[in-house]
Design a protein around this ligand. Structure first.
Ligand SMILES: [Zn+2]
Length: 610
């Protein structure tokens, strides 16, 4: 039944259309949905790049496809699984070593259909006779608008998917536009339309073997970014043509090779080297290619951002420290670093470290406005930032946020005092540990509680099951003693520790909860105080309810179920009957503060550049 529903969602015949009749694909199958019938990691390509091969089926045919690295997160997050239904949002049909392969840049996983077994009996796709000059068919579909993604960029995508357009316009000459993510050494005859996001100085070298010069540009489109380098003649030819911020058509022949990761700050597996024949033309139409965009997090809100998140930040330069050197532990090489202090109108300050040449050549005056793209959040000293090698810095950028900060700083910012995150951290340390908030999956992933030491974390999760057997134990009623007492059978309860027989015990909770979030499920154990909070009554009350009206006790458990709470937990290795297992003990729980949570989520969503 569920499988029938899933089957009705798939687009039979779409794979054939993608490879053999791209125009029909665009008209008849605007939103392709396929089933993922296999996922395999590819052997490492020697440059540390992680690649996944995915077999897609439209129930009639199947094809091999390759997930662009930008889409690897679907696998890391366990969203894309064998059996998943996927809506193809951006893809490229390519020739790869004589085989046809679909490069997938972006998808939606239709999680509501689960992971049904292989639907239908798909056959390997037959591709029409290979002509030397078969035009690959870029695809980008309006499916991107399904969840409100980047609607402003739709017109550009629609144009890309119609390579057959005719007409004398300049862009018609570039009908066969590839997204940057689809470039590979196996792609022939391509044109990209990209904005120069960064242009280097000309660098020269002198060696025994000779001398030379080079420059490079980073090229950006909505699928990704790639570095391109021009040596010697091409350096002369192209250096002046490229302007930072402008959009260009760049057409093969142009060498695509594995990126030399040590010289680049981009995540692309490949990079370009301009050839004598490479065509570079400034686009008349400078629109429809993303600008370098910032998504600023204000400094006060850094507290709500998880460690290791990459963010953009803008602030007034309050202090500039001198360059110092540290020696890298892994390479034993010295690194230059410089620490900056930034402030903004949230009345907070934060330290940001810049590295290498950026640190040495930094000469912005205090009180300048600086914007950083790609700074990593660390929890060192509360919250601090480190500019990634792929990050960039803009001094006094001509953007609205910068003008706003300037105005604020000149009117009252200059005389402000600023709170720092390190101040907050020490206050926090005095008041108790700062337990990182993490998802259930992250708790497992980080192997919390599997080492000698005890780990602490917080998690926001929903109770889905409360074990009703042994939810409480009879405890000693002596002051400060919570030991379990034994029913002596003569109407008294004995505490061994206090060496006393009491007329009655006090029941205390010792509960097992199964809690879930969107990433997984976890068993938590909790003691009396948390049990009271969850059940809304004492264990004594619940126990007497159970004795007098068992169905009512059942209803109390039902009512407590499905509550969403913030659990503070301790993870620790536990030995039980020769078996070692991690035990997650709740040390405190509180109901979700929806206003706070909503604000945190809003900050997180902002980071997705939507
Ligand atoms: Zn006792």
């Amino acid at each position: 039944m569920a499988t029938d529903l899933a089957a009705s969602k798939i687009t039979p015949g779409v794979l054939d259309a993608i490879f053999n009749d791209p125009e029909r694909r665009a008209t008849d199958f605007p939103v392709p949905v396929c089933q993922c019938v296999q996922i395999k990691p590819l052997a490492s390509q020697g440059n540390g790049a992680e690649r996944y091969r995915v077999v897609l089926s439209d129930t009639k045919n199947f094809v091999q496809s390759m997930l662009a690295t930008g889409a690897n997160h679907f696998i890391h997050d366990q969203k894309l699984k064998k059996g998943s239904l996927v809506r193809l949002k951006q893809f490229q049909a390519n020739a790869l070593k004589g085989k046809r392969i679909l490069v997938i840049m972006d998808i939606d996983v239709l999680a509501e259909f689960g992971e049904p077994d292989k639907i239908g009996d798909p056959q390997a796709l037959k591709v029409k006779d290979e002509e030397e000059d078969v035009k690959p068919a870029p695809g980008a579909v309006s499916g991107a608008g399904f969840y409100g993604n980047k609607p402003a960029q739709q017109p550009a995508q629609a144009q890309q998917s119609l390579p057959s357009r005719t007409g004398p316009s300049s862009s018609a000459a570039h009908g066969n536009i590839y997204p940057i993510e689809a470039l590979s050494p196996y792609a022939h005859k391509w044109t990209i339309k990209a904005r120069v996001s960064n242009k280097s100085e000309i660098r020269t070298w002198h060696k025994q073997s000779g001398e030379g010069k080079l420059f490079s540009v980073n090229l950006l489109d909505e699928s990704g970014e790639i570095k391109a380098t021009g040596f010697n003649e091409q350096c002369d030819q192209l250096y002046d043509l490229f302007q930072e911020g402008s959009v260009y058509y760049i057409s093969s022949p142009c060498r695509v090779q594995l990126a030399k990761k040590q010289f680049t700050n981009l995540p692309n597996d490949y990079e370009l080297t301009f050839d004598r024949e490479t065509q570079v033309e400034k686009a008349e139409d400078q629109e429809n290619v993303p600008q370098v965009r910032f998504n600023f997090t204000n400094i006060a809100n850094l507290q709500t951002v998880e460690k290791d998140t990459t963010i953009d930040i803008i602030g007034v330069l309050k202090e500039v420290a001198d360059v110092t050197q540290i020696v890298s532990k892994s390479t034993s090489k010295p690194y230059d670093k410089r620490e900056l202090t930034l402030v903004d109108d949230s009345d907070f300050s934060v330290r940001l470290t810049i590295w290498g040449k950026t640190a040495v050549s930094f000469d912005a005056q205090p009180e300048s406005i600086v914007a950083f793209k790609g700074a990593k959040v660390s929890d060192f000293g509360g919250r601090s930032l480190s500019l990634l090698s792929s990050g960039s810095m803009s001094l006094d950028p001509d953007i609205q946020e910068a003008h706003k900060l300037r105005g604020w700083y000149d009117t009252h910012g200059r005389s402000n005092t600023f709170a720092s995150h390190s101040g907050m951290a020490s206050a926090g340390a005095a008041g108790g540990r700062q337990d990182p908030v993490m998802t259930v999956a992250k708790v497992y992933e980080d192997n919390l509680g599997t080492t000698e030491s005890t780990d602490y974390f917080s998690t926001k999760a929903t109770i889905v099951y409360i074990k009703q057997e042994n939810f409480a134990y009879p405890a000693c009623i002596s002051d400060g003693c919570n030991k379990k007492v034994t029913d002596m059978g003569d109407g008294t309860w004995r505490c061994e520790k206090c060496d006393v027989n009491h007329p009655k015990p006090e029941y205390r909770y010792i509960m097992s909860l199964n809690v879930n979030d969107h990433t997984g499920q976890l068993w938590l154990s909790c003691f009396d105080d948390v049990g009271r909070l969850i059940m809304g009554m004492s264990a004594d009350q619940l126990m007497s309810l159970k004795d007098s009206d068992d169905p009512a006790a059942g209803r109390a458990f039902e009512e407590a179920n499905c509550k969403t709470m913030l659990f503070k937990c301790r993870a620790k290795m536990d030995s039980f009957q020769d078996q070692q297992r991690v035990r997650y003990q709740v040390t405190g729980a509180s109901p979700v503060n929806y206003a706070n949570e909503a604000q945190k989520l809003a900050e997180l969503i902002k980071l997705y550049n939507i």
